[in-house]
Design a protein around this ligand. Structure first.
Ligand code: BMA
Length: 817
């Protein structure tokens, strides 16, 4: 196969003709305009508003390329375009070649007749997605509503584009256009590989890997092929029909090295190489058995992932695109975000339906790091059309994506959409005529998406929607905690106290979240200092959930004393976010095996904004992310209290071995005096949660507002800690403290040691190396007098000791007021 790469330099111009700039493909319009100085940074201040025009323009990308004569001696020459966003017409040498209408598809179209030897030109005219969507809306036989956020491009649900480009409750409205995947021309005579599909059949330690290769031959004939899997190799010759051919071979592995999710073992991958007539496809395949079990039981309908026979408590978060401008999303950026997920002890990431089917980089990383993927199809928070052409378009998208991703070890489950069952109850139209919209829903969801998965990836489960009570269940997954997966939003969207998390017993909680402000480093990238105020225009603009800031404030006044300044407020908003999610996750883990998963909303964000994310847009960890590392750790100790005046201590273990250890419990006052202590031996059976202590609060803390509980669980070299307040923080008279902070260079390059000591207990002690990329190996902790705390910071950029010392800033609860 001969190829001509078309990535690189292009020219971008608008139809009106007043903008012409250099551009890069793969890439997007907005990134090109920014680089050329025709757009201001839309992430800064209120400048998003000044970028809206670009989404309302029709754009054309253009370039020349040269075709050698021998290319045209091939029987076929096709143009490969991936992820063209969205509605476009492609022409070669001024003659129409084809049209695209789906950003999630790969187009491979025969174009030989349009090419000539020597100079050729290629033009991709992309219609304004906003206008195209409005045009679609006029053609609908009846309205097809979707969610509206403060800045919203209308009817995004009518075109097959990343839905959150149109604006979300954490995202800007930047209706980018462009091409994000590969672009090339290829000349073929014998055959080209369309897809390589892999199935695994496990029978004990014997695993049969079935490799199925789809080959297209322009004229039929014969070709040699090779398949290598690890050390195994098969080869031969293949008779080809004109058109589609299928080559299927089985390879038997005995005692293969298994692929394990993070926390359970190594994520071993085998190399797979397939070549047919010189066209080569390489993949990496992990051998593992993933089962998604949902079964009727006395609690309702369970939902749990089992990997290689081990029932796994799913710990993770929801993923949104790594940037609102697709061109900026790099392998490094994605790798960094996912590395942070792994460091926080996550084992499952949900690729949320309002974003995009992720890049190969993303799934490579998940395969390598042992992160399972819950993969939504890209439909979210809306009703969708079910007309013939829309369904046909979606079918092609689904077939392509399923074939592209089904070999992945990380891919655990396909899910129809995000919250589209719920959406049936959100709009006047669908409330009045539920039948009509439900039929449409089902045509798309089961008729196209479910059907595609069942045909092309029969070893995986198609979960109809998230949340969902199981196949055939169209009821409310928000408020029903007994069936399937649940999105629980009472605490954030309904403004309920954090303790509300304790009132549910979800089988699998795939979304629950609490917002915070981004870290100061992030705020600095969009707001000048005079805007550092909760209600300033810029701060309000970077809060896309109406009433969001008020809600953060409301809960702050519920639990904390009012912070004295903006930076204290930012710190406290992050501490409170961490607290909310910790309360939920600890509870869900205690519920094991009734509950088998906790995925908080959301891991990352597409631009710097107030959000539910635990990572700032630049990847820096918010306090929640540090707290997640503890509450998602394989061993967890946690304290909860009950309405009858007792506290309970629980140990949760995701370990494959029984965990024996020693639990030490201390009740102390705020001067650090121990009021009562106890030590107990514990033995926690593998993969379980167990209550290890239950006692009357009054026996430990005669005046609950004047004491706290500090618990330490030591087991097999691991130490877990928990601090519990019996009353809201604001009611407690925390002591003022003298804090000493010593900073030194650590042995390894770019690392620094910080030693902290205090004369009385300090709570929520958090460090921030402002302006320096990097993370601490521990953060957000309780500091007890007499027990210093030492931790390390690993810089991700060149940093001197003096710079680090200067950047370091320490927060704790008592110094917020
Ligand atoms: C969810 C998500 C998103 C949204 C989030 C916060 O349910 O699926 O649509 O951003 O809530 O409101």
């Amino acid at each position: 196969m001969k190829t001509i790469r078309l990535e690189g330099k292009w020219t971008l111009s608008n139809r009106r003709g007043d903008v012409t700039v250099d551009a890069t493909l793969p890439g997007d319009t907005h990134s090109a305009l920014l680089r050329a100085g025709r757009m201001k940074n839309p992430y800064y201040g209120l400048q998003e508003m000044e970028a809206l025009w670009a989404g309302r323009e029709d754009w054309a990308y253009e370039r020349e390329f040269s075709v050698p004569a021998e290319m045209l001696t091939e029987h076929s020459v096709f143009l490969h375009l991936e992820n063209v966003d969205t509605i476009s017409s492609v022409s070669i040498n001024g003659r129409p070649a084809f049209r695209t209408a789906n950003a999630f598809r790969r187009y491979r179209v025969e174009v030989k007749r349009l090419l000539k030897t020597g100079r050729n030109s290629l033009r991709i005219e992309i219609r304004s997605a906003e206008k195209a969507a409005q045009h679609e809306a006029k053609k609908m036989p009846y309205p097809v509503p979707h969610n509206w956020y403060p800045l919203q491009s209308p009817h995004r649900n009518l075109i097959r584009k990343t839905q959150c480009h149109a604006g979300w409750d954490w995202g800007p409205c930047l209706m980018v256009a462009g091409v994000y995947g590969e672009l090339y021309l290829a000349g073929v005579s014998a055959a080209r590989i369309e897809h390589v599909l892999v199935r695994q059949k496990h029978a004990g330690r014997r695993v049969e890997v079935e490799v199925c290769c789809e080959v297209i031959s322009p004229r039929g004939g014969e070709a040699g092929y090779e398949m290598e899997f690890g050390d195994h190799k098969v080869s031969g010759r293949l008779k080809l029909r004109k058109g589609m051919n299928v080559l299927k071979r089985g390879i038997v592995l005995r005692n293969p090295k298994l692929w394990w999710p993070n926390g359970y073992g190594a994520a071993h991958l085998y190399d797979l190489r397939v070549s047919v007539a010189g066209d080569v496809v390489r993949k990496r395949v992990g051998i593992r058995k993933v089962e998604v079990r949902f079964e009727e039981d006395r609690h309702g309908l369970s939902l749990a992932f089992h990997v290689n026979g081990v029932p796994l408590f799913a710990k993770g978060a929801n993923w949104v695109p790594a940037d609102a401008l697709p061109q900026r999303i790099s392998r490094k950026m994605v790798g960094d975000l996912l590395a942070s997920a792994v460091q926080a002890n996550m084992n499952l990431i949900r690729v949320w339906g309002g974003g995009r089917y992720e890049s190969e980089d993303f799934y490579d990383c998940c395969d390598e790091k042992g992160l399972l993927v819950w993969q939504d199809f890209m439909f979210a928070c809306a009703l969708y059309p079910a007309g013939k052409s829309f369904l046909a378009n979606v079918r092609q998208e689904a077939e392509y994506q399923v074939k592209r991703l089904q070999h992945r070890a990380c891919l655990a489950l396909w899910c129809g959409n995000n919250e589209d069952i719920g959406a049936l109850t959100w709009y006047e139209e669908s409330r009045r005529n539920r039948d009509r919209y439900l039929v449409d829903y089902e045509r798309l969801n089961e008729g196209v998406l479910g059907d595609t998965v069942r045909r092309l990836d029969p070893d995986r489960v198609f979960w109809p929607s998230s949340p969902c009570g199981g196949p055939g269940d169209y009821s409310d997954g928000w408020h029903n905690d007994s069936r399937g997966d649940m999105h629980f939003w009472n605490v954030w969207h309904d403004g309920k106290p954090f303790e509300d998390y304790l009132t549910i017993k979800p089988r699998f909680c795939s979304e629950f979240g609490y917002q915070s402000f981004p870290s100061i480093d992030s705020i600095r990238t969009y707001a000048p200092r005079e805007q550092w105020n909760l209600t300033s225009p810029v701060m309000e603009h970077h809060q896309k959930n109406p009433g969001g800031n008020a809600r953060i404030l409301e809960n702050m006044t519920r639990y904390f004393r009012f912070p004295k300044g903006f930076e204290d407020f930012v710190y406290l908003s992050q501490f409170q976010q961490g607290l909310a999610i910790r309360i939920a996750v600890e509870h869900f883990r205690r519920l094991r095996p009734v509950c088998m998963g906790a995925l908080y909303w959301q891991l990352n964000e597409t631009w710097p904004v107030c959000s539910w994310g635990s990572l700032n847009h630049d990847g820096k960890w918010k306090l929640l992310h540090y707290m997640a590392r503890n509450f998602f750790a394989p061993l967890l100790v946690c304290v909860t209290q009950t309405a009858d005046g007792r506290f309970e201590i629980w140990c949760c273990s995701d370990s494959l071995k029984d965990a024996s250890g020693i639990l030490s419990i201390r009740a102390m006052d705020f001067q650090g005096k121990v009021l009562r202590r106890e030590q107990i031996r514990t033995k926690i059976p593998r993969l379980s949660s167990k209550r290890v202590k239950r006692a009357l609060i009054s026996d430990w803390a005669p005046v609950p507002a004047q004491a706290f509980l500090f618990v330490e669980w030591r087991s097999g070299g691991r130490i877990c800690r928990a601090t519990h307040f019996f009353r809201p923080f604001k009611e407690c008279e925390l002591a003022r403290l003298n804090l000493t902070v010593r900073v030194s260079a650590a042995a390894e390059a770019g690392a620094f040691q910080v030693a902290l000591a205090a004369d009385v207990p300090a709570f929520g002690v958090s460090l921030d190396a402002k302006g320096i990329r990097g993370e601490f190996d521990d953060n957000v902790f309780t500091l007890l007098p007499g027990a210093g705390h030492s931790l390390k910071f690993l810089a991700k950029q060149r940093t001197t000791l003096a710079q680090f010392r200067k950047s370091l800033c320490v927060h704790h609860l008592r110094n917020t007021y």
